[in-house]
Design a protein around this ligand. Structure first.
Ligand code: COD
Ligand code: ZN
Ligand code: ZN
Length: 384
């Protein structure tokens, strides 16, 4: 047995099984059940993390509803902050005691996406919902049954085990209950503007969809120096928060009979440089594309498209000069960029408080999902 002494009186063991609480989903459309689970020690190139705080993201709900393929029983959750409890053989990038953010989008550093400066969709990402670590097995057991992992992270557990490529060290001073949002929702939106679109100072932007991710896009447009940021949502109750984070004006398509692309063109004297689709619907993807300038505009698809759906579009929209892009996790290279985003937060370059509407205890996790499904929360953060 290997014992690592991190501070007086604290012993960390890298080969004991930890018994702790986790929110287990036993099947589709069932509530979370807080159970005692066994968390096996990290194998080679793996890291065991004590979770401190974790956000609730819509993708977790997709696992419950079946919109995302997942094996059961499973421990979901993928937006968190934690502390490294122990490491497996060969781990060099983190050590016990480090404050970390687990990465649902890994960065192995070796695959074609990781090597290319413009890629980030690492080959190690669990895009098909395998629910196991690299060796094909799980580190969780409950009532004698193996429990599957989710998006390489499984943060709705007091302890989790991840591959070294799925965790990054952050500043020890970062507040866990805030920077957990950098693990998914905030970075997805902020990066779409800053990293993927590369919004230029003085430009005009239009953001379709003003949920937590859309608000983060607005923050990115603002940080990049956009002069006009137009928020678009069917639900006008979203406008106040959008303006608080940086939208200069907000409109609802319901208030117009003409296409929204024409409305935006008239409002801006035909100068929309960047548009963002943050709804996840085919119709708004086309609207956003048509709304950016026909010659120099860029439109970014941020919302995940509905599965098994195709869209048709007029190729003239692209022929004239528009650029159509998409991104996962904002285009950030997770292991490299997440620590920098945490430092930017500590330097007050953006504010995460605007996105956090509820803070809940772990035992109340089902309440957090109720708030999400009723549209009452932007982000709920669970304290472990
Ligand atoms: N026009 C304008 N606004 C609309 C329309 C419409 N036709 N329909 C709905 N809306 C608005 C809603 O009123 C709502 O305000 C907003 O769109 C959507 O917001 P939320 O709160 O439902 O969702 P978010 O912001 O938390 O996330 C939305 C995404 C679409 C971005 C999300 O579901 C997603 O697909 N995420 C990206 C995928 C990804 O990167 N996944 C990896 C890990 S999660
Ligand atoms: Zn997410
Ligand atoms: Zn990779």
């Amino acid at each position: 047995m290997i014992f690592l002494f991190v501070s007086p009186g604290v012993i960390i063991s890298s080969d004991i099984v930890i018994k702790c609480k986790a929110a287990v989903l036993w099947g589709l459309k069932q509530p979370f059940s807080i159970e005692e689970v066994e968390v096996a020690p990290p194998k080679a190139c793996e890291v065991r993390i004590k979770i401190l705080a974790t956000g609730i993201c819509r993708t977790d709900e997709h696992a419950i509803s079946g919109a995302m393929t997942t094996k059961f029983p499973v421990i979901v959750g993928h937006e968190a902050t934690g502390v490294v409890e122990s490491i497996g053989e060969g781990v060099t990038s983190v050590k016990p005691g480090d404050k970390v953010i687990p990465l649902f989008l890994p960065q192995c550093g070796k695959c074609s996406s990781c090597i290319n400066p413009n890629g980030n969709l690492c080959v190690k990402a669990d895009v098909t919902g395998k629910g196991v670590l690299s060796d094909g097995t799980t580190r969780f057991t409950c009532k004698g049954k193996p429990v599957y992992h989710f998006m390489n992270t499984s943060t709705f557990s007091e302890y989790t085990v991840v591959d070294e490529s799925s965790v990054t060290k952050i500043d020890a001073n970062a507040p866990p209950e805030k920077v957990c949002l950098i693990g998914c929702g905030f970075s997805t939106g902020y990066g779409a503007a800053m990293k993927t679109a590369k919004v230029t100072p003085g430009s005009t932007c239009a953001v379709f969809g003003l949920g937590g991710v859309g608000l983060s896009v607005i923050m990115g447009c603002k940080s990049a120096g956009a002069s006009r940021i137009i928020g678009i949502d069917l639900n006008k109750s979203k406008f106040e928060k959008a303006k608080a984070v940086g939208a200069t004006e907000c409109i609802s398509p319901k208030d117009y009979t003409k296409p929204i692309s024409e409305v935006l063109s008239e409002m801006t004297d035909n100068s929309v440089g960047y548009t963002f689709e943050v709804v996840g619907r085919l119709e708004t993807m086309i609207d956003a594309l048509a709304s950016c300038h026909l010659s120099y505009g860029t439109s970014v698809v941020v919302g995940a498209p509905p599965s098994s759906k195709m869209l048709t579009y007029d190729p003239m929209l692209l022929f004239t000069g528009r650029t159509w892009k998409g991104c996962v996790f904002g285009g950030w290279k997770s292991k490299d960029d997440v620590p920098k985003l945490v430092s930017d937060f500590l330097a007050k370059k953006f504010d995460l408080d605007q996105l956090i509407t509820h803070v809940l205890h772990f035992k109340d996790i089902n309440e957090g999902f109720e708030l999400l499904s009723q549209g009452k929360s932007i982000r709920s953060v669970i304290l472990m």
